[in-house]
Write a protein that binds this ligand. Structure first.
Ligand code: CTP
Length: 394
């Protein structure tokens, strides 16, 4: 078995070895390589103490912010390479961080402190694959299993609960029975974990292929951070777009729209998109040009497309709506103030001073154009504006 290691990582391993330090690639990159997935990052572990690592790479740019935890980050060919000393963790505080760590000269000690067997393997050209915890077997059997006692592992770092269900969804692996039991018995510990970390894992989970089964099976776990979460959703293919996936995951929640996200940390724009999708999921939209233009004007092209796509997931026939929308867009028909052939300044020059009234005139003109009562042409619009201004005594 041979793993293809990128050049900059090989360079770091070779330099450590040349200085007499045993070192390996470890964790996610070994797991992913064994299942023919391209690793997103490559971590190195070594018996060299952090100061020794820093000395090996003294002619390279290094970042030493993680040195307390044993990590030296070396920049090689413009890539950051993280090199961490073998370590054992002391007692954990706050269900997330070890109170103390002890550097070790033993790879097996280092692998023992890791979360899951499939993440607790190391590899080097000289030693080949090092697997003291049955990771290869569990990869073959497609199982997520804690290294050692699952309750202890989750007690040390409760984020591992989210990692377990996220890996299960991403890889399509089942979770070992004891590990699963511990996930449920330790789920409350998730309330000690930062909302940002949980959100990050939850988003990775719902962007995975097998997310629906996991949401169903672990509903009680999700409820720790999204109390109104309800997993009764049909198993359908939802595009891998975080707005659609999040809306779908939350679509069965029976609560006020403000409570739907629970403690998830969601950006304003994502929240706005998801709220719009959810608020429109069961409203009926009449399929004629006027109504679709009004929707386009209110939501914009991108959001209306998402709303319609979401409705199609719920079994609503919106193919006619999509045709109408596409025709409006292809013909560049006016549905927004931006496209109107007169501006606020044009209305101002007709003598309307007050901004609210200028807005009212423009809204009126847009409505006339959308209703096909008026062409979107400057002269016609200005004439109509004049009549409207007189009638309304602006
Ligand atoms: N690890 C752990 N406990 C955690 C987080 C990480 O034991 N709570 C260990 C695992 O051995 C993991 C390695 O640190 O493989 C690197 O962690 P990280 O880069 O966060 O995750 P990956 O396993 O690489 O997977 P992904 O990049 O998909 O998150």
């Amino acid at each position: 078995m041979k793993i293809d290691i990128p050049k900059h990582i090989l360079c770091a391993l070779d330099m450590l070895k040349a200085n007499g330090h045993e070192s390996y690639i470890v964790g996610g990159c070994v797991r992913d390589s064994l299942i023919n997935k391209v690793p997103s990052d490559w971590d190195i572990c070594t018996c060299a103490l952090p100061e020794e690592t820093a000395s090996v790479f003294k002619n390279f740019k290094t970042i030493l912010t993680g040195i307390k935890h044993g990590t030296v980050c070396v920049i090689i060919d413009a890539f950051p390479v993280e090199i961490t000393t073998f370590r054992t963790d002391g007692k954990y505080i706050d269900n997330r961080h070890p109170e103390t760590i002890t550097f070790s000269s033993s790879l097996s000690e280092d692998l023992k402190r890791r979360d899951f067997t499939i993440n607790a393997m190391a590899y080097s050209k000289e030693h080949g694959l090092v697997d003291f915890n049955g990771g290869v077997n569990d990869l073959k059997s497609k199982i997520i299993k804690c290294v050692g006692d699952p309750e202890k592992r989750f007690g040390e770092d409760a984020l591992r609960i989210m990692r377990a269900i996220r890996f299960s969804a991403q890889l399509g692996f089942r979770i070992d029975d004891n590990t699963k039991k511990a996930i449920f018995s330790k789920k409350e510990l998730l309330s000690n974990i930062s909302a940002e970390r949980i959100t990050d894992e939850f988003f990775k989970l719902i962007m995975s292929d097998c997310y629906i089964d996991i949401l169903r099976e672990f509903e009680d776990v999700i409820k720790i951070f999204i109390p109104h979460f309800n997993s009764i959703i049909k198993d359908i293919m939802v595009k891998k777009d975080i707005r659609l996936r999040l809306a779908y995951a939350l679509s069965s929640s029976k609560c006020n729209i403000d409570d739907v996200f629970g403690t998830l940390v969601v950006s304003k724009s994502l929240k706005n998109s998801v709220n719009t999708i959810l608020l429109n999921q069961n409203t009926s939209i009449i399929n004629d040009k006027y109504n679709i233009k009004k929707q386009l004007s209110g939501l914009g092209e991108e959001l209306l497309s998402l709303v319609l796509e979401f409705k199609s997931y719920l079994g609503q026939d919106v193919s006619g709506h999509i045709d109408t929308m596409n025709k409006i867009l292809i013909n560049n028909e006016c549905y927004s103030l931006k496209q109107l052939k007169v501006s606020g300044n044009n209305i101002k020059s007709l003598g309307v001073k007050d901004n609210t009234n200028i807005g009212k005139v423009l809204d009126y003109l847009l409505k006339q154009v959308i209703s096909d009562n008026l062409p979107n042409e400057k002269e016609a619009l200005l004439n109509e504006a004049k009549a409207y201004i007189i009638n309304n005594k602006f």
